[in-house]
Design a protein around this ligand. Structure first.
Ligand code: ASP
Length: 442
């Protein structure tokens, strides 16, 4: 019998009705034995609803400022107690009391943020009659904040041995001192991938409230269809640029061992969803481009100096300035006399003048300037490497819309063409590219 790890996101566990759907999904396939849960998310029918994690983070902020946490914590309490009562799970009020008492005694942000997953996993284990295995017993971080892979995979494999179902809370683990540490937001996806690898799963099912990874952001392209199949690399490019079905770091643990990720919809379990796989046959997909994703909020540092290409150590000097200011950059398009760095605005925040001055000083460049309001759009597809004329089509579509392209980046891998446009042109550009490459019926 095969083994499936199923991670359920916050909207799939937002209330008792959703949780019943989850139970049905699990009952339909006995290979679904390892269940990773998020904290309850927002309920679409409740206006102004908040994610449990957001409420817990609010509690932490209030506690830090010496303010009363009760109003915010009571919302957390009501949610969990309501779900537990509807599902007939006992003991939940006492678990919540425990958390509230600990908060009063002073707890870290990560500890409190993790309680949504912790409580939900205990609740789900009780409801499903499954074994609860806390993430603190199996997910370990190193002192530098990175995952201790060896220890995590071997310990988790040990803890998750045996028959029956196991429920594991997503989003956190422990550091070497035994303190709880969370992954970035949306990090239960990462936990799911780690568990899949630890137990040697055949499939990592990621259950969410969308039909899969869409070919474009539906807020910009309402008719965007789900992508049936894509590779880990294509997935990484798209999710890094904002395609949001899966946290972008979640690919790594499963990619190395080739476990496919199946993104499924809890509200429509029979739908095909999206498969993320190691390799795919590009001839099976009618379009060369499988997805378009983009983000606003970038800027570009442009540096120009005559004969720059012949100067030894030029790039090193600029990179040292960026490093000393703790700035990471996303791309660096260059030409013979100029070099530029695309950086998210947040990275440069408050440091712009200093950084520009310092680059001027160390490089003696003629021009160092920052261009703001840049949006990046990635057009992704493995098949692009084999088909001529792709960039012609892309730029033709933008020309027809009279959109000025500020930067072009094409990595040597040729699975991706990234363009930079003014923020004001962002949505129009995404729509133009979508129309140029993706046929509506695909
Ligand atoms: N609950 C956490 C968040 O809201 C983690 C997750 O759901 O994946 O970010």
């Amino acid at each position: 019998m095969g083994v499936k790890v199923c991670k359920f996101g916050g909207t799939s566990l937002a209330d008792a009705q959703q949780i019943r759907k989850v139970a049905e999904i699990l009952a339909a396939d006995e290979e679904r034995r390892f269940i990773v849960v998020s904290a309850p998310g927002t309920r679409p029918h409740v206006s102004g609803d908040r994610k449990i994690t957001d409420l817990l983070l609010l509690c932490h902020q209030l506690a830090e400022q010496g303010l009363d946490i009760a109003p915010a914590f009571n919302r957390v309490r009501e949610r969990f107690e309501g779900i537990a009562a509807a599902l007939g799970v006992r003991g939940v009020p006492a678990w919540l009391d425990e958390v509230e008492t600990q908060v009063a005694a002073g707890v870290s942000r990560d500890w409190l943020a993790s309680r949504g997953e912790y409580l939900n996993a205990r609740l789900m284990a009780a409801y499903l009659d499954a074994r609860f295995v806390d993430a603190t017993a199996g997910i370990f971080f190193r002192r530098d904040g990175r995952l201790n892979e060896e220890k995590t995979y071997s310990t988790l494999a040990e803890r998750l041995r045996g028959d029956g179902r196991f429920v594991i809370p997503g989003f956190y683990g422990v550091d070497p001192q035994g303190n709880i540490k969370t992954f970035p937001r949306g990090g239960s996806d990462i936990t799911g991938a780690i568990v899949a690898r630890a137990v040697g799963a055949d499939v990592y099912e990621n259950w969410t409230d969308v039909p899969g990874i869409l070919m474009a952001d539906p807020r910009i392209v309402p008719e965007a269809q789900p992508i049936r199949e894509l590779t880990y690399r294509e997935m990484r490019e798209l999710s890094y640029m904002g395609a949001s079905a899966l946290q972008h770091e979640a690919v790594f643990p499963v990619r190395d061992v080739g476990i496919p990720i199946h993104i499924c919809n809890t509200n429509d379990p029979a739908a095909p969803g999206t498969w993320v796989v190691r390799e795919r046959d590009v001839r099976r997909t009618p379009q060369v481009v499988i997805g378009i994703a983009g983000r606003v909020g970038f800027c570009l540092i442009f540096i120009e100096k005559a004969m720059m290409n012949q100067e030894r150590g030029f790039a090193r000097k600029v990179l040292t300035v960026l490093e000393t200011h703790n700035i990471s950059f996303d791309h660096s398009p260059t030409s013979i006399d100029s070099m530029s760095f695309i950086i998210s605005e947040e990275e440069l925040n408050n440091k712009e003048d200093e950084v520009v001055e310092e680059i001027k000083r160390v490089t003696q460049a003629e021009i160092v300037e920052v261009i703001h309001d840049l949006a990046l759009i990635a057009t992704v597809g493995l098949g692009m490497a084999y088909e001529p004329g792709i960039s012609g089509r892309l730029f033709g579509a933008l020309r027809e819309e009279r959109i000025n392209v500020r930067v072009i980046i094409q990595g040597a891998s040729e699975i991706n063409i990234i363009i930079g446009v003014a923020t004001a042109d962002f949505e129009r550009a995404v729509r133009a590219i979508y129309r140029a490459f993706i046929t509506p019926c695909a």
